[in-house]
Write a protein that binds this ligand. Structure first.
Ligand code: AHR
Length: 406
């Protein structure tokens, strides 16, 4: 049975902001950092050429209704930028909650960067998975007359009025991670986050390539279930769309069920238990939209006496996941998760660069993507292709996991 589940509803404006983009990509040395002096565009002049060439490698073309628009992919391993304008910048940050390892890592990233040593006063508001709490937090930030509001929106819709209030108060809003769909895009200054559809497309391209390495599965029916994240969240929308579209392209792939696990482990286990009761051994692939739900899925499989792994011909269930958090990667190294596509939560440093650029009056692209990787320990697929672009699949090692930041 296909259902919506129980979670809710069933420019590049070049010359002017090239410098800002270069600042944001920050591939050179000399970024201020917590201890160093504040960066300025001027004192980074020498790095500009170097950055320019490094950026050209990460520019991708995005389809926008027939019109192609250049896009910039932010590198994530950059130093934060400290501000120095004589007084602290007050930032109101509305976080969704603490539903996943990923979310905890994103909160930690914000708290590490927006410190008083770096020239910030961070007001952190945890919405506990409720959009109404985020709307309330925005109003409180306006009342506190913060300098910037950063919003990681739970779902895409329902933001017009509160963002309008922030605009009326003259407070710039930066949207991070998930997106908002609003009537007037000028209601926020910038969005920076993951390309969730691309993440899903890469996962499905990996599955397609992997199945080609299994002669015994050729032309066999491949039963897939999708354990979705919070409905109407960009991360859910993009990843779910990707698997739906991939299934349409493969005659032998069948989407048996789609249920919402709300990005949390317990719900992931619950919906998997139900799917196992409903479909049992017809399930060959679990497409799980984040790591925490995948941990729950793995528990459910184990309790049902089923083995997670890549040997489909002998009845193993192949689990696909997203985030690539440390525990997810450990399970990937053990082969329980077949492929884990990264969703990078370490957005604190990038946001400090965005704020620095806005402070200097630079015009930024409206939409900015984070660069992300894909990991597997199965080794047979080393590269995938999505819309004509090739993406490497990183062969996971213990060392990589040890060096993982989240
Ligand atoms: O919006 C990013 C998603 O939200 C991550 O995949 C998930 O783990 C988190 O809760």
């Amino acid at each position: 049975m296909l259902s919506a589940g129980s979670c809710g509803r069933k420019r590049l404006i070049l010359p002017a902001f090239l410098a800002a983009v270069l600042l944001l990509s920050g591939c050179g040395k000399g970024s201020g950092g917590a201890d160093g002096p504040p960066d300025t565009l001027q004192d980074r002049g020498e790095e500009t050429t170097e950055l320019s060439s490094s950026l050209s490698g990460s520019g991708k073309e995005e389809e926008t209704g027939g019109k192609e628009k250049p896009r910039t992919d932010f590198h994530m391993n950059e130093e934060p930028i400290a501000v120095n304008r004589g007084e602290q910048l007050t930032i109101g940050f509305s976080q969704i909650g603490a539903e996943s390892d990923w979310r905890l890592a994103s909160s930690a990233s914000m708290e590490q960067v927006f410190t008083s040593d770096n020239g910030y006063n961070l007001i952190f508001s945890d919405a506990q998975q409720k959009q109404e709490n985020q709307i309330k937090a925005i109003r409180e930030f306006i009342g506190q007359d913060v300098d910037y509001i950063i919003l990681d929106p739970m779902t895409e819709y329902g933001w017009d009025s509160s963002l309008q209030e922030a605009r009326d108060a003259g407070i710039p809003v930066i949207i991070v991670d998930r997106e908002v769909k609003v009537e007037d895009e000028d209601l926020y200054a910038v969005w920076a986050g993951s390309d969730f559809r691309l993440e899903g497309d890469r996962a499905c391209a990996w599955l397609e390539a992997y199945l080609e390495t299994l002669p015994a599965m050729k032309d066999q029916k491949i039963g897939i279930v999708d354990v979705q994240g919070t409905l109407d969240a960009s991360a859910q929308i993009g990843r779910s769309e990707a698997v739906r579209e991939a299934v349409k392209k493969h005659e032998n792939w069948e989407l048996l069920d789609v249920e919402c696990g709300d990005f949390v482990q317990a719900k992931g286990r619950e919906v998997m238990e139900q799917m196992l009761r409903d479909y049992g051994s017809r399930i060959n692939v679990v497409y799980c939209e984040n790591d925490n739900m995948a941990y729950g899925v793995l528990e459910a499989l184990e309790n049902a006496g089923m083995k997670a792994g890549g040997d489909l011909a002998s009845g193993e269930v192949l689990v696909i996941s997203f985030d690539a958090a440390r525990q997810g990667l450990e399970k990937t190294l053990q082969g329980e998760i077949a492929v884990d596509t990264e969703c990078n939560p370490l957005y604190g440093p990038i946001l400090s660069r965005i704020i620095m650029a806005l402070e200097q009056g630079d015009e930024l692209p409206k939409r900015n993507y984070f660069e992300e990787k894909q990991f597997s320990s199965l080794g047979t697929v080393t590269e995938t292709t999505v819309n004509g672009s090739a993406y490497p699949v990183v062969l996971l090692t213990e060392e990589l996991i040890q060096n993982r930041e989240y």
